[in-house]
Design a protein around this ligand. Structure first.
Ligand code: PDD
Length: 285
């Protein structure tokens, strides 16, 4: 079951894959990416991920090196070749390799990197609930673009880790507006309603978020996409994060304060059960 990479048409083992040092992804973070989960050898919600990738590319004016249909087939081919059933696929497109100058190069060809990895996420927090810390959102104003510029997210996650927490929550306006986790979206259960901050450019419009919202509606739970303050979150019955990799991550403690009962709450668990079922039985389109 080899972890494989496909870099600009060249197939290799992941450890052998190389990217030119002049690649602008390397030099400037000048590119965008997606992470797709694979369940039982099938990519989940790939159509949605490729649609978002197309939007990210358009937002940073990078031309897609492959048509969506071809990219879809290429990803499926790599998954099949790897033979890994429970995997993550990483898809990265950059503006390509060119002499280092900030302005767009005239004739660089966008580069495409794909790789398939085994899933090695620590899922024990899903059973117990995780600890999270809040911190000021010091990122740029275009967080809807899934860009390679993840340094603030990396620093936030490391800050969480250094404090014994598992996720960091970006909050703007001195606590007035909760945004999202360092690599996840956030939900709260407030007065029986499922509430999540709006996808207005300050957060990534997560695919898992989108599917959780659809599942909540189908399950007849009241759903609201609206601004949430940190104070509201601290008083919520439940708080949880969602992402492609972690899927559902309930929060038992935020900034040292117990959330709800201090255990994963029933509504989040109900939604996660529906999500899991979909991952096993559907393609998430
Ligand atoms: N990150 N917000 C941020 C900042 C993220 O990086 C992610 C996911 C999400 C959740 O999006 P989705 O549900 O589409 O995975 C929200 C991926 C998984 C990563 O960088 O590994």
């Amino acid at each position: 079951m080899p972890e494989l990479a496909w870099v600009n048409g060249k197939l290799s083992g992941l450890a052998e894959a190389v990217v030119p040092c002049l690649d602008r992804g390397n030099l400037f973070g000048d590119g965008v990416y997606e992470v797709v989960r694979v369940y039982a050898g099938r990519p989940f919600a790939q159509e949605r991920h490729l649609r978002r990738l197309k939007k990210s590319l358009a937002a940073v004016q990078i031309e897609a090196p492959l048509e969506t249909r071809e990219l879809d087939l290429q990803v499926r081919d790599l998954i099949t070749r790897s033979g890994i059933g429970e995997a993550q696929v990483y898809i990265q497109i950059t503006r390509g390799a060119a002499p280092r100058q900030h302005a767009f190069p005239r004739d660089a060809r966008p580069s495409l990197i794909l790789f398939v990895l085994k899933v090695e996420t620590d899922f024990r927090w899903r059973e117990t609930g995780c600890q999270a810390i809040s911190l000021p959102d010091d990122r740029w104003a275009h967080c809807h673009i899934k860009s390679l510029n993840l340094l603030p997210n990396v620093l936030a996650k490391e800050k969480a880790r250094s404090k014994g927490a598992q996720e960091a929550l970006f909050v703007a306006g001195g606590g007035a507006k909760v945004r999202e986790g360092s690599s996840s979206n956030v939900f709260a259960l407030l007065d029986g309603k499922v509430v999540t901050p709006p996808a207005d450019g300050h957060i990534l419009a997560g695919i898992t978020r989108e599917i959780f919202l659809e599942l909540a509606e189908t399950a007849g739970l009241p759903v609201l996409e609206q601004d949430l303050s940190l104070a509201e979150l601290l008083e919520a019955q439940e708080v949880f994060f969602t992402s492609t990799v972690s899927e559902y991550l309930p929060v038992s403690e935020l900034d040292g304060k117990r959330i709800g009962t201090g255990h994963p709450g029933p509504k989040g668990q109900e939604l996660y059960a529906l999500y899991s079922q979909l991952c096993q039985t559907g393609d998430g389109s």
